[in-house]
Design a protein around this ligand. Structure first.
Ligand SMILES: NC(=O)C1=CN([C@@H]2O[C@H](COP(=O)(O)OP(=O)(O)OC[C@H]3O[C@@H](n4cnc5c(N)ncnc54)[C@H](OP(=O)(O)O)[C@@H]3O)[C@@H](O)[C@H]2O)C=CC1
Ligand SMILES: C[C@H]1O[C@H](OP(=O)(O)OP(=O)(O)OC[C@H]2O[C@@H](n3cnc4c(=O)[nH]c(N)nc43)[C@H](O)[C@@H]2O)[C@@H](O)[C@@H](O)C1=O
Length: 315
């Protein structure tokens, strides 16, 4: 990518999209094209076609998607599969038709089987049954990987896929029901501290383990791949993570410490645990010369600072 290359960031106001914007601007890229959801509904094929014909972007970061935590994935199952299939189909197809030089598709670590060997290597894709709570979303993400691969093979495109682990950072979704665990616990513990509540509810048993990557590190990895590699050099897709996991009860204790909540944690076992472990093998990305930079506690502190500055005040 050259400093004046035309780059389209789909989903530029989201967690990853906003981090991509920060990273691209800091990297000297000055010709970035964006559209809000209200301006361009990416599930609408004619609108996406028209947008690509008018703007003719050279590089595309596909960070727009229907995203949410375990409850949202499990509840809005049709929305998750329909919207994600439509968004990725429309953008990937239009990118091929308009001769986009390179595209980066963002999937998720939930593409792997529920009981995949740990840490999960790229070759573990499609070797077992998926976690039921997010199966529709995972199927859409697997379809995205396979679309990029199919277009590369049939049409000679250069479409890459990256599978990030669970992400967090500034601009996250803090909805108490529909967000992921880390922002949900920041929201709940901050509220409890402000209200002097004695306990905070944590969903599930607290025993599942997850891996967390700061959104700016995820964006850095995506830009790194786009700048330095072609699809043929990275394999069908590449994992993006930190290679370390933490149990949800330990995560809750860490967030309580950062937020300053000193009450009790109560585990609500009526809520789903989801997949027991989801640790990525990040050796392929390390071999490509990249690794995450942000310390976990430091990342949570930055997310919490952003929450207090930009979200808590607004509600
Ligand atoms: N967050 C995480 O933990 C993880 C995320 N990922 C992946 O990373 C990518 C980015 O996720 P993240 O940044 O967290 O998600 P966000 O929900 O924060 O952002 C998604 C963006 O996509 C936009 N969008 C959604 N639907 C449409 C649509 N129909 N038309 C136009 N724009 C739309 C949203 O706009 P609006 O809000 O206005 O609808 C929003 O700006 C996704 O592909 C996700 O699957 C992968 C692993 C973990
Ligand atoms: C990144 C990935 O993330 C999603 O999968 P997930 O990892 O299961 O997502 P999660 O962050 O919502 O939960 C992680 C764990 O944490 C527990 N948990 C405790 N307390 C809260 C809580 O308050 N909220 C939530 N959401 N979870 C909680 C929860 O019970 C679970 O055991 C995919 O659907 C999909 O979106 C995807 O791609």
């Amino acid at each position: 990518m050259k400093p004046d290359s035309k780059i389209y960031v789909a989903g530029h106001r989201g967690l990853v999209g906003s981090a991509l914007m920060r990273r691209l601007i800091a990297g000297g890229y000055s010709n970035i094209v964006t559209r809000t959801h209200a301006e361009l509904d990416l599930t609408n094929q004619p609108s996406v076609k028209q947008f690509f014909e008018a703007e003719r972007p050279e590089y595309v970061f596909l960070a727009a998607a229907k995203v949410g935590g375990i409850h949202a994935n499990n509840t809005y199952r049709a929305d998750f599969i329909y919207q994600n299939l439509m968004i990725e189909s429309n953008i990937i197809h239009a990118s091929c038709r308009q001769g986009v030089k390179k595209l980066m598709f963002l999937g998720s670590s939930c593409i792997y089987p529920k009981f995949s060997p740990q840490p999960m290597k790229e070759e573990h894709l499609l070797t077992g049954l998926l976690e039921p709570t997010n199966e529709p979303y995972a199927i859409a993400k697997i379809a995205g990987i396979k679309m990029c691969d199919a277009y590369n093979r049939q049409y000679g495109t250069n479409f890459m896929s990256a599978m990030p682990t669970n992400l967090y950072g500034p601009g996250d979704n803090y909805d108490p029901q529909n967000s992921h665990v880390l922002p949900a616990l920041i929201y709940r513990m901050h509220k409890a501290r402000m209200e002097g509540a004695k306990e905070v509810v944590v969903w599930g048993s607290g025993l599942p383990k997850r891996e967390f990557l700061f959104s700016d590190d995820a964006a850095d990895a995506c830009v790194y791949l786009m700048e330095k590699y072609n699809a043929s050099e990275i394999g069908e897709f590449v994992n993006i993570g930190v290679g370390k996991e933490i149990a949800i009860h330990e995560l809750a204790e860490l967030i309580a410490d950062v937020v300053g909540f000193q009450g009790e944690l109560v585990f609500d076992k009526s809520k789903p645990d989801g997949t027991p472990r989801k640790l990525l093998d990040v050796s392929r990305m390390r071999a490509l010369g990249w690794q995450a930079a942000t310390d976990f506690r430091e990342g949570i502190t930055r997310a919490y600072t952003d929450y207090r500055k930009n979200v808590f005040k607004a509600v």
